[in-house]
Structure formats: structure tokens, C-alpha cells
Design a binder for this molecule. Structure first.
Ligand SMILES: Cc1cc2nc3c(=O)[nH]c(=O)nc-3n(C[C@H](O)[C@H](O)[C@H](O)COP(=O)(O)OP(=O)(O)OC[C@H]3O[C@@H](n4cnc5c(N)ncnc54)[C@H](O)[C@@H]3O)c2cc1C
Length: 637
């Protein structure tokens, strides 16, 4: 299969404009004759559904929560990047582009990243117009703070609740269109398969999560804004409901999966506290603006933090990376935290934590300023750990947070199935092998508000689609397959809960396909996963029935997909014999322990094609070329 990224060429500053000019348009009167399905109401899906309806298309929008505004995006804390240069500190569209390509360890497309940096400016204007209450400084300008991998302040924020405020903006725009009848909203409805007719995406099969009814919905195009798959690891900072089912089932229908092993470990999360914990809590990266990361210099030093004098502390990020200090990118900060813990210098009972200390910032700025900046995060920390971070340093440890991999899309955000678009965290994204902080919200909103509403017209204007209805054989067949999987799960009547299988899978993935990976470990995981999947399909106990609200059944379907996806992630990690960004293969590191890329052999997007469960998928490669930011060893020293 030839992968055509459709990336424009020519001067990078004009690529998006020229590309848009050559895309076909649909005249306003004709738009109302077309229906678009949008699955997902997070920042990507919510923004897309509202914008497409605003343009005049009929939109059918789906989410599994009880309200569109409960999408996981609501949890985003720290902020959203934009190259406005309000601080006059040297920022520019080019610098945001440069930082993002470098931050992603040269595994993303230059054309996409430049467009993202350009659009970042429009996003802030759009959100301000919607009334999003970004923090402001004394002059009245919007305030900014710094995030990892950048030496400028370009992160716009609303305390530690930026995702919530941005989502309320998108949600209001969506509700307006629901009120106007332009969007038909289907909450508590889960997409369980994609309907493909003559090789094109034409609809979805869903299960009503209240009644259990399985139904089909048809349209000219389908958009997936269904979020990331970090929950394959069981413990992650994602909302418990986040899952991979929509993209996974689309993969099984022919959409290629891009860079599945590119996962992000976030350095500042509240450490795991016990075997029966079901999720992890993020402490936003914004805290590294003022918090200093350290461990004791000596191994096994169990004295309380306050009793360890200054000259017996190791501020290891400041020591190793004097230029960026505590604000090195996430992959670098996480690996360093792991290394000091592996050396026996970790803190807390488990020794699997490092300190994030605000003592100096409180002395310098006063507690009220710190409270104003991070108050809700400090409260959250205290509620979970019982410790007051104004008095003692936070204890933090890396945790799974975000997935850079996802369905492969071209520059128009279309997957390899014509008519199937993928946006936000669900696509393989613009972040390469490591996403910079505050760039996911930027990408989701860029895709939803600005890119997709321009590119989707081209397909709608040019595709010649036959009219189909529910009686089409492809529809009936897909419905029957979905009903079969649901029935199959209920009929197993085994002995183990869905969660117990999920927890075991998560542990295996964290150990062998987590923060660092080896060929041997990945091969071990690849031998275990099929066994575990087999056991799952023989021994899982799914409670209740299909025709009712049944969360045990919902979870079982999602975990079944995680078992298959986990295998693909390990295969991808094994096939990439280099380290880059969050993908750290222990065999490939520099003398200083940094990720060692192999550009001669691995400067490509890995795009995997499904061949059948248990059958090795086919690897396709989209070569990456760099005309502007030339690949070099990343340095934050
Ligand atoms: C704790 C936390 C804090 C974060 N903070 C930041 C930050 O400060 N800045 C930043 O840039 N990024 C941050 N991120 C990352 C960012 O929040 C996410 O990448 C982003 O919100 C994803 O948005 P999305 O629209 O792609 O998906 P989501 O918000 O996950 O939305 C997915 C939508 O798809 C729907 N859906 C999924 N599957 C199905 C299905 N099968 N059927 C029907 N509906 C389905 C869901 O119901 C939901 O509506 C943070 C992430 C976490 C975990």
C-alpha cells in the first residue's frame, strides 16, 4: 500500500494556505444535504461537531458519557500553547514549530507541525470570543506560563482547569447547534463498529448504553475524535472510561494504525499507593514552573525532606540540564526520575518517588501567589495524600498519560479508509515520539475548529456516493458481528472479573512496554499477551444481560480490544530498533543515557495494517523528510 500523506510542498509558511485554496468547496445550500457523523465530544470532537454544524452540515454526534461535557478533555489542567508572543520573550510561529519538531524527537511531519503552530494563534482568539476565562495579568493581556521543552512562556491557562474551561466553550457552541436542530446528539451511546461500503466509511454501529439496543447510523463521512488509549496500561492519568474501541474497530476494518508504541509517560503524577488502586492522578506540568525536583544525594536516606540540608540534596534536572532545568520535556524528566529511583535514591515508603518542592517559591513569592497559580492542584494533592504541599514537598513519579500513536491520517486528517477522518488524540498526531506539554489541547482544537472544517468539504464535494439504507448487506453484516461479540462476552460466564484481567495486562505492559523497553522484554510480552487473551475469552465473568445498563459488559468489550492493541504496541516497539522520545529501548542510548535515534533506518511513521487476530500485521512506512529543522541529537543542557 502506498501511503500518500498529501503534504503540500513549497515554502512552509504558505503550505496550508495554498493547500486550502486547492481543496474543493461545497456551496452553502448544498451543505444541508449532507450528514456527517462525529464520534466524540471532547475538545476535538466537540469543536468539530459545532463547527461543521455552523457551516451548515447535518451532524450526528455521539459520546458514551451522559453529557457531551463530561468528555475526558475536561480533566486537562495546565494549559494550551499558542505562539502569540504576548510576553515579548522571543516566541514566534517558527519557534513553536521548531520546539515541537525537536520535542517530538524528529518523528513528526514538518508540514503538519507548522500548520499547528500557525493555527495556535486562531485558537486563542476563538476561545476568548467564546468567553473562555483565561488568566490575565495586570496589563489586561492574557497571562502565560512555561511548559517543558520551551524557553519561552506561551502556555495560556485558566488556573489548573484549562481543559474544563475550553470544553465548556466547545460545549456551548455544540449545544447552540443542538438547539438549532443542526446537531442530533446521542449521549450514552457507544460506537462498536464502523460500516464500510465499497471501501468507504458510511456509518457506525452503536449500542445504546441504557437499553442495550444495537443500531446503525449512516452518513457520507465519519469523524472519530475518540481520544487516546493510555488505559491499555490499566493505571494511567486518563479518565477510567477512556478506551480504544472506536479506533481499534476501525483499524480492523482497514484503517492503518500509526506509531502504536509511542506513548507518553508524564513525570509528575501522584505515585501508586496500592494493589487495588484503579487510576492515577496527574499533578500538572505547570507546577514545574515554580516547583524544584530533587532527591537526597545519598542512597537510602530516609530522613524527612526538611531534615535534609541543602548540600545533601540533588536537584538532578537542574544539575544535568542547566539551560532548561526543571522544564525539560516529559520524556527526559521521566527517565531521569526513574534513573535516580533505580539508583536507590527515591523517596517515600516505596522508594518510587522524587520530590517536587515549593519551599523556595513560597519563600520568594509568598504562599498567596502560589495558591493563586496552583491552588486547586495543591488541594487535590492534599485530599489524595493527606500531606500539605505548602508545608512538605510533593512526592511524584512518572505515569502513563498520553498516546502519540493512533490511526494514521494524511494532511487532510483522513485515514486510509476514504471518508473516515480522525482528529485529536485518536489520530497518530503531530507530536512525533514525544508530545510537549500543553500541545494536546492545541492539536485537538486545531483539528476540530480549523483543519477538519476546511478539509472535509473536499471529500464531500468529490466522492460519488450511492444512497444506502439500513437494509444494505454491509450494514446488516456489521450489526450482526457487533451483536455476536456482545453475546459472546455474556456467554463465557467464567470466574474472573474484567478488571482482574485488565490489571494483569496493564502490569505486563508497564513492565515490558513502559518507560523503558528491551527486545527481550518485548518478546516476553508478545509471548504472554496471546495466552492472556485466550484466558480472557475463556474465563471472564461478565455480569448482567445485554438489554440493560451493563457496565461490566461495556468494560469487557473495551478490555478485549486492549488485549489486541497491546500486542500491536509491543510489535511496533520491537520493530523500532532505536530510541526516540518516549520510546526508550535500553539497547539504544548515548553514553550519557539519552535516547539514541537511528535516522538512517527509522525516520518514518510506522503504519500497521490489520490481517486478523493473532496474524502478524503488515508494516507500511511513511518516510519523514526534514527541510527546515534538521535532525540532531536533542540537547536540553
Ligand atoms: C489529567 C490530564 C491532564 C491533562 N492536561 C493537559 C493540559 O493541560 N494541556 C494539554 O494540552 N493536554 C492535556 N492533557 C491531554 C488532553 O487532555 C487530551 O489529549 C485531550 O483532551 C484529548 O481530547 P480528545 O477530544 O481527543 O479526546 P477526549 O477528550 O478523550 O474525548 C473523547 C470523546 O470520545 C467519546 N468516545 C470515545 N470512544 C467512543 C465510542 N466508542 N463511542 C462513542 N463515543 C466515544 C467520549 O465519550 C468522549 O466524548 C491532559 C490529560 C490528562 C489525562
Amino acid at each position: 500500500m502506498e501511503l500518500d500523506s498529501k503534504c503540500p510542498t513549497g515554502p512552509i509558511e504558505t503550505r496550508w494556505d495554498r493547500h486550502r485554496f486547492y481543496l474543493k468547496l461545497v456551496n452553502p445550500a448544498n451543505k444541508r444535504k449532507h450528514t456527517i457523523i462525529v464520534v466524540g465530544t471532547g475538545l476535538a470532537g466537540g469543536a468539530a461537531a459545532a463547527s461543521l454544524a455552523e457551516l451548515g452540515y447535518n451532524v450526528k454526534c455521539f459520546c458514551f458519557q451522559d453529557s457531551p461535557r463530561r468528555a475526558h478533555s475536561i480533566a486537562a489542567q495546565g494549559g494550551i500553547n499558542a505562539a502569540k508572543n504576548y510576553h515579548n520573550d522571543g516566541d514566534s510561529v517558527y519557534r513553536l514549530f521548531y520546539d515541537t519538531v525537536k520535542g517530538g524527537d524528529f518523528r513528526s511531519r514538518e508540514s503538519n507541525v507548522y500548520r499547528l503552530a500557525q493555527i495556535s494563534l486562531n485558537i486563542i482568539d476563538q476561545c476568548v470570543a467564546q468567553g473562555v476565562p483565561f488568566a490575565r495579568e495586570y496589563s489586561g493581556y492574557l497571562d502565560n506560563r512555561s511548559f517543558g521543552g520551551a524557553q519561552v512562556s506561551r502556555t495560556f491557562y485558566a488556573r489548573g482547569q484549562t481543559g474544563q474551561q475550553l470544553l465548556l466553550g466547545a460545549y456551548q457552541a455544540l449545544e447552540r447547534q443542538i438547539g438549532l436542530g443542526q446537531v442530533e446528539m446521542f449521549p450514552r451511546t457507544e460506537m462498536l463498529d464502523l460500516i464500510v461500503v465499497d471501501g468507504r466509511a458510511r456509518g457506525i454501529v452503536t449500542r445504546n448504553l441504557i437499553t442495550g439496543k444495537i443500531e446503525s447510523h449512516l452518513a457520507e463521512t465519519v469523524v472519530l475524535g475518540t481520544g487516546g488509549y493510555g488505559n491499555v496500561y490499566y493505571l494511567s492519568t486518563n479518565a477510567k472510561g477512556c478506551n480504544a474501541t472506536a479506533i481499534w474497530r476501525a483499524y480492523k476494518r482497514g484503517a492503518l494504525f500509526g506509531n502504536p508504541c509511542f506513548t507518553q509517560i508524564h513525570p509528575t503524577c501522584i505515585p501508586v499507593s496500592g494493589e487495588y488502586q484503579s487510576k492515577l492522578t496527574l499533578m500538572s506540568e505547570s507546577l514545574r514552573n515554580d516547583g524544584r525536583v530533587w532527591v537526597p544525594l545519598a542512597k537510602g536516606d530516609v530522613r524527612p525532606a526538611a531534615k535534609i540540608p541543602e548540600n545533601e540534596r540533588d536537584y538532578f534536572l537542574e544539575r544535568r540540564y542547566p539551560s532548561f532545568g526543571n522544564l525539560v520535556p516529559r520524556d527526559v524528566a521521566s527517565r531521569n526520575a526513574k534513573n535516580v529511583c533505580d539508583e536507590g535514591r527515591g523517596v517515600g515508603e516505596s522508594g518510587l518517588a522524587v520530590y517536587l518542592d515549593f519551599r523556595d517559591a513560597i519563600q520568594r513569592l509568598g504562599a498567596p501567589v502560589i495558591k493563586e497559580r496552583y491552588g486547586n492542584l495543591f488541594d487535590m494533592y492534599e485530599r489524595i495524600t493527606g500531606e500539605d504541599p505548602y508545608q512538605v514537598p510533593m512526592r511524584i513519579f512518572p505515569a502513563i498519560h498520553y498516546t502519540m500513536g493512533g490511526l494514521w491520517v494524511d494532511y487532510n486528517l483522513m485515514s486510509t479508509i476514504p471518508g473516515l477522518y480522525v482528529i485529536g488524540e485518536a489520530n497518530f498526531s503531530d507530536h512525533g515520539a514525544n508530545r510537549l506539554g500543553a500541545s494536546a489541547l492545541m492539536q485537538g482544537l486545531a483539528d476540530g475548529y480549523f483543519v477538519l472544517p476546511n478539509t472535509i468539504n473536499d471529500y464531500i464535494a468529490s466522492a460519488k456516493l450511492e444512497k444506502i439504507d439500513d437494509s444494505h448487506p454491509a450494514v446488516k453484516e456489521t450489526e450482526a458481528q457487533v451483536a455476536g461479540i456482545t453475546r459472546g462476552l455474556l456467554e463465557i460466564k467464567g470466574t474472573r472479573s474484567v478488571d482482574s484481567f485488565h490489571r494483569d495486562l496493564g502490569k505486563l505492559m508497564w513492565e515490558y512496554c513502559g518507560m523503558s523497553r528491551t527486545a527481550e522484554g518485548l518478546q516476553h510480552a508478545l509471548s504472554k499477551i496471546p495466552e492472556m487473551r485466550e484466558q480472557f475469552w475463556h474465563d471472564v465473568k461478565v455480569l448482567g444481560a445485554g438489554e440493560e445498563l451493563n457496565q461490566s459488559l461495556e468494560k469487557a468489550g473495551r478490555v478485549a480490544d486492549f488485549f489486541e492493541l497491546a500486542e500491536l504496541m509491543c510489535l511496533d516497539a520491537l520493530a523500532r530498533n532505536e530510541s526516540c522520545g518516549g520510546h526508550f529501548r535500553e539497547e539504544y542510548q548515548t553514553a550519557e543515557g539519552e535516547a539514541a535515534r537511528d535516522d538512517d533506518h527509522y525516520s518514518y511513521v510506522a503504519a500497521w495494517e490489520f490481517r486478523g487476530v493473532g496474524i502478524p500485521p503488515t508494516l507500511h512506512k511513511e518516510p519523514l523528510t526534514f527541510e527546515y529543522v534538521h535532525p540532531a541529537q536533542r540537547s536540553y543542557k
